[in-house]
Design a protein around this ligand. Structure first.
Ligand code: GAL
Length: 636
């Protein structure tokens, strides 16, 4: 198989020539050359323009545009065109359309209007993929395959009867017997016991004020992830049967609000990782979010290069207020990704649409044309990427600190009836990352379940709200901490096992009770907006708990409320290196002070900080100064 890296940084974006005339195509390729574009993603939403009715395929326009791109030296990231089924398909086979949690069957007209379990959708998608691969796998313009688009974005779970049958098969395979299933889901509660397999339904909407069984719901997240991954695999394998040369990817959505796909699992199935990232324009910490998601993607890629497949030159069209990017901001944003291992910068989309629901989304060629700030930035970024091809194929230097990022804990914590509705898994992860970013400490992201040996590559491992923790993960973390590693765990870590059954005998199981030496008796969340004062002068919010120090040095206690006198921050020094427990959500200043003391005690090197990022990749030192909106790339 070809490597996905090419010795150059990729530059380009989604290209939808089927929205434009042939005259515009000629202008497109001319402008692409002017901007230094060397890769476009073709045909993501083109199904209805390729297959007019069942089996009636039309490739003339695609043949022509691929040829034109090739003549102009532009390579193609070829989509399987399956992201949005055409109207004829859903009219002919209405069972393809997904059904919501509340039992509503959706209509054709948006996108991703399919049930991932639907055999009809899977067959039609596979047949279209085969057609495209047969036709284009030998074309010299083809560089890589792009399966579907942002799987699970709009239809992460389907609750139809076809899904229900598939779900029962999944559950049967996982649990084998009904008694095992009943025990895993704790169905003695609220008369939920199952006596026959066909009583097991998807966790559909229940009477007002009640919610489906949380263990079952957690499994439905797992099932839905597996089901959509299965759909990806069926298209991927259809490509591989015909073409074993070109690398295959699908674009993830490593974004703060996207939780449905467990990208750790997905990353095992792609030839290289690619992702999409969009800023939340009103987020005051958007630069840190950018760094977080790029580092997380680098984690999915296991440190190897990956590709930023989509982001925006300026405003998007799907937020409350779609604020434009500042002059040069798109360049600076791209660099945050490139520094962290992206093999270039790709955008949605090449040319701004004039109709359809994305007509107000920015693009590389804006509605106003080329005498624009956006176009000048686009050309400038093309020059910058071309001048820095030394970065291509190189990995970013790994960090000394790793954060465990766990989609399954996020799924469990996304449910109702928790101690407080303020629980926000990614928010705590972001708080900790932000404190380290401000200190100039880089962070790697790692999947849950690594062995102590693998964890030992890091001086410090962070476990913010690692709520679900099975025995093996618990013992690996305990071994890591006992044998020279330092750990920081937060409140609500290690609460339940993989089935979301609570561990008895002090919250947090052995990790919090033995390794960190804190016996947690009871939670006492704090009302929204109320500041919590700690005995060491720090402040926090959201969480307090009633606990006893069994074998821990108390660094701070809560000074009021039901948890007054209990541990807010504790340190345990019985391993070769210290570990810490943080029993509340520290505010920014306090989190920074806490992490500064940890970093200094562990002698972890810092570089940059206070708004200046310094990252090393491929023998280059990349500095991005967010305070002054400047950057530099120099030989290290
Ligand atoms: C992505 C999607 C693109 C485009 C973009 C707009 O989620 O893959 O097709 O819709 O968002 O921001």
């Amino acid at each position: 198989m070809n490597s996905f890296t090419s010795g150059k940084l990729y530059y380009g974006g989604d290209y939808n020539p089927d929205q434009w005339s042939r005259e515009v195509w000629l202008e497109d390729v001319r402008l692409m050359r002017e901007a230094g574009v060397n890769l476009v993603t073709l045909g993501v939403f083109a199904w209805a323009n390729i297959e007019f009715s069942e089996g009636d395929y039309h490739f003339d326009w695609l043949d022509e545009i691929i040829e034109l791109l090739h003549e102009n030296g532009i390579a193609v990231d070829m989509a399987t065109a399956t992201a949005s089924p055409p109207a004829w398909l859903t009219v002919k086979y209405p069972e393809v359309l997904p059904v919501s949690y509340s039992g509503v069957r959706h209509s054709h007209g948006g996108r991703q209007g399919y049930c991932s379990s639907s055999p009809v959708y899977r067959d039609r998608a596979r047949l279209l993929t085969q057609q495209l691969v047969n036709r284009y796998s030998q074309h010299p313009a083809l560089r890589m395959w792009h399966v579907n688009n942002e799987f699970g974005c709009h239809n992460p779970m389907c609750f139809c009867d076809v899904s229900a049958a598939s779900w029962r098969r999944w559950v049967l395979k996982k649990y084998g017997t009904l008694s095992e299933l009943n025990s895993a889901w704790g169905t003695s509660f609220w008369s939920q016991r199952y006596h026959q397999w066909d009583e097991v339904l998807p966790p559909r909407e229940t009477p007002a004020g009640t919610f489906p069984n949380p263990s079952m719901m957690l499994d439905y997240y797992r099932f839905s992830n597996d089901e959509i991954l299965g759909l990806y695999l069926s298209e991927r394998d259809a490509i591989r049967e015909i073409d074993d040369v070109h690398p295959i990817t699908t674009n993830f959505m490593s974004m703060r609000h996207t939780r449905f796909m467990d990208y750790w699992k997905w990353s095992d199935e792609v030839d290289f990782v690619s992702t999409d990232h969009y800023l939340i324009a009103e987020d005051p910490n958007q630069n840190i979010d950018l760094a977080f998601q790029a580092d997380l993607t680098r984690g999915f890629a296991n440190g190897k290069p990956w590709l930023l497949m989509e982001h925006s030159t300026s405003a998007v069209n799907w937020q409350e207020t779609n604020i434009a990017k500042a002059d040069n901001q798109m360049i600076q944003n791209s660099l945050s990704h490139v520094a962290r291992g992206s093999e270039g910068a790709m955008y949605f989309q090449w040319r701004a649409s004039v109709s359809g629901s994305e007509k107000f989304h920015s693009a590389m060629v804006p509605h106003a044309g080329t005498d624009t700030r956006t176009w000048r930035n686009v050309v400038q970024l093309g020059e910058l990427l071309a001048a820095n091809e030394a970065l291509a194929g190189a990995s970013t230097v790994p960090a000394r600190v790793a954060m465990i990022f766990d989609y399954e804990s996020w799924w469990a914590l996304s449910q109702k009836n928790l101690p407080t509705s303020q629980i926000d898994y990614p928010a705590l992860a972001h708080d900790w990352y932000r404190a380290l970013w401000q200190l100039g400490v880089r962070v790697d992201f790692i999947r849950p379940g690594l062995k102590a040996q693998e964890l030992s590559a890091y001086d410090l491992v962070l476990a913010p709200m690692l709520y679900l923790m099975g025995e093996s993960q618990e013992s690996e973390l305990m071994d890591y901490a006992a044998n020279g590693g330092s750990l920081i765990a937060s409140y609500f870590t290690g609460i339940s096992d993989e089935r979301d059954t609570i561990k008895l005998g002090g919250y947090g199981g052995k990790l919090i009770g033995e390794t960190l030496g804190v016996f947690v008796e009871e939670f006492s969340p704090v009302s929204a907006g109320v500041e919590v004062k700690l005995s060491n002068g720090m402040t926090s919010s959201e969480w307090s708990e009633i606990s006893q120090a069994r074998d821990a040095e108390i660094l701070a206690t809560f000074t009021s409320g039901p948890a007054k006198g209990s541990i807010a921050v504790a340190k345990n020094s019985k391993g070769q290196k210290p570990s810490w427990y943080v029993a509340t959500r520290l505010d920014d200043k306090s989190a920074q002070a806490f992490f500064a003391s940890v970093v200094s005690e562990l002698e972890i090197a810092t570089e940059g900080g206070n708004g200046v990022e310094v990252i090393h990749r491929g023998g280059r030192r990349i500095e991005i100064n967010h305070n002054e909106a400047t950057w530099s790339i120099s030989e290290a």
